[in-house]
Design a protein. Structure first.
Length: 727
């Protein structure tokens, strides 16, 4: 009976924390504050500070003081800590270091050293009556130093994004510095946790913790990264049960947390690093992130922050010495962090206004501070009074950060160079290839199959897209040898594109176990791919596409690119001489984007061809509206768009405008005169039982002497991974 009552109380606690946390989080978000602060405040209201004072009987019934009852909620809360760090790691975008590395390191180091020193000094001057254990003053002092110095990358990124500065230069510097803060912070905290476990500070404990953390990080970001990627891909490709990848990720996170605990540092470092590695995995990270975020944000986040709030007793602040300590903590944290980050910004080469914005932006502790304080309380490094003061400091600094950052960012004008960069990034973000996370290559041993293999390798290499090759050729006697040749062709293209890169793209050849290539494509499509590159002969007949090609494209159900080899076409590893017809439509832009990517990979030229049809309607428009709606204006704009796309990747695009009623005639003539080795066309499938890509594409297919790549990006969202969606 006691067990039943305990479960009922536990469920009542969970429901109360979920509902109150969600409502307070919603309220805080509507007034421009992070929702986690609302969940923390909801816990404070449900704790001894408010509910325990106003309705003590209700508070006692809902949150009884029994150790067994508290252990149930605490266990769920501790799991929430680990998964919150998993999510924080997954949201850590290491790519922002590319341009902001030096400035971010300068800001982070200065922003940690100054407040950490202030925290150490404060801890040394604390009276013994405020310490949980005077014999372990150093542990408490180190906790205070860390609490004052760490920023919350989650809160910082959220506020910067909400203010629209995520892609601004100063926004990237702030986030990069916050990432370093978080990473160094958890390493420091893990070492301190190890010292606390040994009961004091000694050389052996410090050496063990430091070298244990360093070895773990070194192995994780070398061998571990590859292993995690392989494990996620294996789960996605081989496990058919619902949410199998999520289970594998959770198990990996907890195992890495246990590993860090075993080597003498805290669980939190393993969970955080696991999140970084999982977030870097190129296999379906968007789908995985969305599902994990849903589980963590909906259930574990309100419970953890609500529980942290319940542990906060604001009544202790009624004591003058504790109120003074809290005010000192807030003042020291804000002043030291702002000053350190500002100084680091100036030393890193930022302007006065930019350094001011960085100082304001780094002064948010948020969820990170609450996690640190909760762990410190649980291991006895903090007592209830210090815990409450640190939580109050976290709440005040986090709530003060958004208006301060907004004020400082409004003082930063957008200079022409930054404006141009933002426009280029937005242009690229809307592109076709940006959304391709995984490439499926389906080929046989024909010339078209070899062409598709090489082009897929170039694309995979230049855009770092993980690639799976499915090969089918029943006439081949030695299938294994043929498969090795195909994989070698793909890798040769990828190596050509990544000649100067230190990390090579992942390419896997899948053994064909079905009777037809279309059946193999259908089986693979369930695992989640953004683009199918297919090459098989015969590809076309006198009546159009071969029925097997139609079935293969239909089996994939997403974006596709069909490669058709011609004798005068592509010879590896020569640079590609590409012709891409454009019309200003999204369909032709998809083809042009792929053409530029292939040119970038092979270091060849691109010619963008726009054909104006001098129809009676066009002449009428020019007579009625002048040059505003003239086709020539549309041609110039379309050519300029592709030229700018090429400039973004340092590829020279030559624009050609021709006028003729027969578009296919102009394309064929341009192929001859320009000696192009590859024609890339953006196409749109027409309705019908047989694959048909339009009259122009059909005519070019029959008569073109160079190799052809037909690209359709219209169904780019159609192929969803079977393991990653609710069924």
């Amino acid at each position: 009976m006691a067990h039943g009552a305990s479960l009922v109380v536990f469920l009542a606690q969970v429901v109360t924390l979920l509902v109150c946390g969600r409502l307070m989080g919603e309220l805080m978000q509507r007034i421009g504050q992070p929702s986690v602060m609302g969940q923390l405040i909801a816990g404070i209201l449900l704790g001894p500070s408010v509910l325990g004072t106003l309705l003590p009987s209700v508070s006692h019934a809902l949150f009884p003081p029994g150790a067994a009852q508290k252990a149930m909620l605490d266990a769920l809360s501790q799991l929430g800590i680990l998964l919150l760090l998993l999510m924080t790691g997954m949201e850590t975008d290491l790519s922002v270091f590319r341009d902001a590395r030096r400035k971010a390191v300068s800001i982070s180091l200065a922003g940690i050293v100054l407040p950490f020193t202030c925290g150490i000094v404060l801890g040394e001057f604390l009276p013994q009556s405020m310490l949980p254990d005077p014999a372990k003053r150093m542990i408490t002092t180190l906790f205070l130093g860390t609490a004052l110095s760490i920023s919350s990358v989650k809160i910082v990124a959220l506020v910067v994004r909400d203010l629209g500065f995520l892609r601004r230069t100063v926004g990237q510097v702030i986030i990069a510095a916050a990432i370093i803060d978080d990473t160094l912070g958890w390493v420091i905290m893990s070492v301190i946790f190890g010292l606390a476990a040994h009961g004091g500070v000694d050389f052996t404990a410090v050496t063990s913790s430091v070298f244990g953390a360093a070895a773990f990080l070194a192995i994780s970001f070398t061998v571990g990264r590859r292993l995690v990627f392989q494990l996620i891909r294996w789960a996605n490709d081989n496990l058919v049960s619902e949410m199998a990848v999520i289970s594998v990720i959770l198990a990996t996170t907890l195992l890495m947390a246990l590993l860090t605990d075993a080597i003498g540092v805290h669980l939190v470092l393993g969970a955080f690093v696991a999140g970084i590695l999982i977030g870097q995995s190129p296999i379906l990270t968007r789908h995985i992130s969305e599902q994990l975020r849903g589980f963590i944000i909906a259930l574990l986040m309100p419970i953890f922050f609500g529980t942290a709030g319940i542990s906060t007793d604001l009544a202790v602040l009624a004591k003058p010495e504790l109120m003074l300590l809290t005010l000192v903590l807030i003042g020291l944290a804000s002043t030291a962090k702002f000053s350190g980050a500002f100084l680091g910004g100036r030393l890193g080469g930022l302007s006065y206004s930019e350094s001011l914005a960085v100082g304001c932006g780094m002064n948010a502790r948020g969820s990170t501070e609450v996690i640190v304080a909760s762990i410190g309380l649980s291991i006895g490094a903090l007592n209830q009074s210090l815990y409450t003061s640190i939580v109050a400091m976290a709440v005040v600094t986090t709530m003060a950060m958004p208006p301060m950052l907004k004020w400082s960012l409004q003082r930063l004008p957008l200079d022409p160079e930054e404006k141009e960069r933002l426009q280029r990034e937005e242009f690229e973000r809307q592109g076709f290839l940006k959304h391709i996370e995984r490439l499926l290559v389906a080929v046989d041993d024909s010339p078209s199959g070899k062409l598709a293999s090489r082009l897929a390798g170039l694309l995979a290499g230049v855009r770092r897209i993980p690639t799976t090759v499915v090969r089918f050729d029943p006439a081949t006697a030695d299938e294994d040898a043929a498969a090795e040749r195909t994989e070698a062709t793909v890798k040769a293209g990828a190596d050509q594109a990544t000649a100067t890169a230190t990390d090579k793209v992942d390419i896997t050849t899948r053994t064909q176990k079905t009777n037809t290539l279309e059946a193999a494509i259908a089986a693979e499509a369930k695992k989640g791919y953004g683009l199918l590159v297919i090459g098989r002969d015969p590809a076309i007949t006198a009546d159009g596409f071969d029925p097997r090609m139609t079935r293969s494209v239909a089996a994939f159900g997403g974006s596709f690119a069909i490669a058709i080899a011609r004798p005068s076409g592509v010879d590896a590893p020569e640079p590609l001489n590409i012709l891409v017809p454009i019309s200003g439509t999204s369909t032709s832009r998809d083809g042009a984007e792929l053409a530029v990517a292939l040119a970038q990979a092979s270091q060849g030229p691109v010619t963008a061809l726009y054909v104006i049809n001098p129809s009676r309607r066009s002449r009428t428009l020019r007579q009625r509206f002048g040059t505003v709606l003239a086709p020539e204006n549309g041609a110039d704009a379309a050519i300029r768009e592709i030229v700018e796309l090429g400039e973004h990747y340092n590829i020279e695009v030559r624009g050609v405008i021709r006028s003729d009623r027969a578009t296919e005639k102009v394309i064929l003539k341009e192929i001859e005169s320009g000696r192009h080795s590859l024609l890339v066309m953006g196409v749109s499938p027409r309705p019908g039982r047989q694959l048909f890509l339009g009259d122009v594409a059909a005519e070019v297919l029959l008569r073109a002497k160079c190799s052809i790549l037909l690209v359709s990006g219209e169904h780019r969202q159609a192929a969803a991974p079977a393991n990653q969606t609710s069924q």
